[in-house]
Design a protein around this ligand. Structure first.
Ligand code: HEC
Length: 195
């Protein structure tokens, strides 16, 4: 085997490699839907955070009773290691038009998103995640809808909310707007800030 032949084979193999992996990439990028993938990631983060929160809240209600569990419907109740948003480097919050904690008050453009979801829920439409670009940052929003369990603390005073729970809520949240809900109403939104 002469050197010339070996060289030719190597060059041919190199071309074969480049030929395999080279030009295919360029055409696929146009078809990739970046918004959808991000919405999916944001949804996973919101759902996983919801699951951790729900688990802690349910456990607290079972062990401490509803009045004793009041501190557990808070993202602060989730430790950093439990927080999926922390792992994925996204910032997760919950906002409402009628917040219990004034820090969770939704301003624009999130307030409009809430009213859109409220209308959709009333019309029986599907509530989809949405991307919002606000002051140069990317946010993903998802609906938070009440179920029967929530009413122990977010339902009607006097009927759904027990007097001892109401007492704790009034002490901690003198400006509480988050009562009077029934099941299957829009309580607020998950807001995931993507990095
Ligand atoms: C044991 C009482 C309790 C239960 C049950 C409860 N919450 Fe809460 N919820 C609270 C408290 C207290 C806060 C305020 C937390 C804070 O200070 O950040 C809150 C805050 C929230 C917020 C943030 C906006 C705001 O009002 O400040 C949302 C959204 C929310 N709750 C939804 C729900 C949903 C949905 C359920 C049922 C799946 C539920 N909560 C069940 C006590 C409760």
């Amino acid at each position: 085997m002469n050197k010339h032949f070996v060289f030719t084979v190597i060059v041919a193999l190199l071309f074969a490699f480049i030929g395999c992996s080279g030009p295919t990439n360029t055409s696929t990028t146009e078809h990739k839907p970046p918004v959808d993938t991000d919405l999916q990631l944001g949804k996973e983060i919101a759902l996983a955070t919801k699951a951790v929160l729900g688990k802690h809240l349910t456990h607290a209600i079972q062990t401490k009773g509803t009045a004793g569990a009041v501190d557990f419907c808070s993202l602060q109740a989730i430790s950093l290691t439990d927080s999926v948003g922390f792992v994925k480097h996204a910032k997760v919050s919950r906002l409402s038009d009628l917040p219990r904690n004034p820090n969770n008050f939704a301003s624009e453009p999130f307030l409009s998103q809430i009213s859109t979801y409220k209308t959709q829920l009333l019309n029986g439409d599907k509530l989809n995640g949405n991307s919002i670009l606000h002051e140069g940052k990317e946010y993903r929003c998802y609906p938070i809808v009440t179920n029967g369990m929530c009413l122990q603390c977010h339902g009607k005073k006097g009927t759904d909310i027990a007097p001892e729970t109401l007492k704790v809520l009034n002490e901690k949240y003198p400006n509480d707007l988050a009562t009077g809900y029934s099941a299957n109403q829009l309580r607020g939104i998950w807001v995931v800030q993507m990095n």
